[in-house]
Design a binder for this molecule. Sequence first.
Ligand SMILES: Nc1ncnc2c1ncn2[C@@H]1O[C@H](COP(=O)(O)OP(=O)(O)OP(=O)(O)O)[C@@H](O)[C@H]1O
Ligand SMILES: [Mg+2]
Length: 427
Amino acid sequence: MIKNALQAEETELVPSEPIAPDEHIAPAPRISIQAFCDTVETAAAVQAAGDDRRLAKAHLKLQMGGVTAAVEAYRSSPTPNVVLLECETRGLDILTGLDQLAEVCDAGTRVLVVGRVNDVVLYRELVRRGVSDYLIAPVSTIDVVRSVCGLFTSTTDAKPLGRIIAVVGAKGGVGASTIAHNIAWAIAGDLEMDAVVTDLDLPFGTAGLDYNQDPSQSIADAVFSPDRVDTNFIDRLLSKCTDHLSLLAAPATLERVYDFASESFEAIFDSLRSSIPCVVLDVPHQWTGWTRRTLISADDILVVAAPDLANLRNSKNLVDLLRAARPNDHRPYYCLNQVGVPKRPEIKVADFAKALDDEPIASIAFEPQLFGTAANNGQMIAEISASHKTAESFRLMAQILTGRAESKRQRRGLLSPLLAKLSKRQA
Ligand SMILES: Nc1ncnc2c1ncn2[C@@H]1O[C@H](COP(=O)(O)OP(=O)(O)OP(=O)(O)O)[C@@H](O)[C@H]1O
Ligand SMILES: [Mg+2]
């Protein structure tokens, strides 16, 4: 019934702004949420939040009727992990409803309230009654996502969960792995964040070669023994590259074939992000259930493209699909690589930017001497020449992907209202 009401309502009143690049909302665990809304607008925001990737594991049930319906419902059935209540009425009426709810609410259920009143007295009373969060309507989708996920990460003893950055090539061989490894190196070395590179190209991955590591264990030990996966087990599979950088290598052997179900890597990622602030995934250029899922559920995505037509088409398809699947997230970033191969005709950066409606975060030149030396020596570009322009690009991308810097596009976005004001004044 609610679904029908929502479909009838064509416009969502509070457009959901994608989250800011420096904000990181960790996904919620497998919880049950029941929402009792009073208005169609809030119901729409809650429904869309239920579809957000961060609530993919949560189970959301939504109905109308506000606190009255909630009290009625829980007289006869147990309360879920989270109850979200909307209260349209002004004044302190909501407190009466909450007191009634308290009588039927199981201990351990967290309550979120959406209300219209912005008042410190009310807020204090809500806190006194154990309400976990109070959102002032109108609420957007991301407000709801943030609030629900915040319930499970804001406790002081829990460490904030790590950020997952997925790097994928728009075509094979465009340098996606090289770029992923160099960015992770900059995250660990320059930003001094603990990072782990996870090589998901199980048969052919090169992360071990690139970091000059030959670990005896690999991600295969985890993905083929799902029952053993926990933080301690995964920790033992990591090999340490530098103070802040570890590697979860690919087996890079062909004895087995590597066909995986969509959710095969999920427990490994959860385990990694629970102990490491930054997880860089080297995602092979494939389109399977698990690669698709890995990209959609990452916190940030970098698509690496070489400047030709097939890369342009594939980048556009990837970006379009990922944007549609992640409406409350920052759009995928992209960079160009292997730009300026002698005598090779190229599609210009400006044409890429026009087709993707976005500027690349970097454009990296084709430098066979530099990259070839690095690859054959098992070194990073910054180890060969820290001051090289390419090393600088990797540092910048590391900042953008960890939310430590604004990309050019965002900076322009910040300036544009100012520019608009100025031009109005001059007119
Ligand atoms: N800017 C560059 N200039 C010159 N060579 C480069 C550049 N970037 C990457 N390379 C080289 O291109 C080759 C392919 O790189 P890489 O393995 O990182 O690509 P990939 O996209 O991960 O490939 P795959 O599809 O096999 O996973 C490597 O030999 C690498 O050293
Ligand atoms: Mg690769």
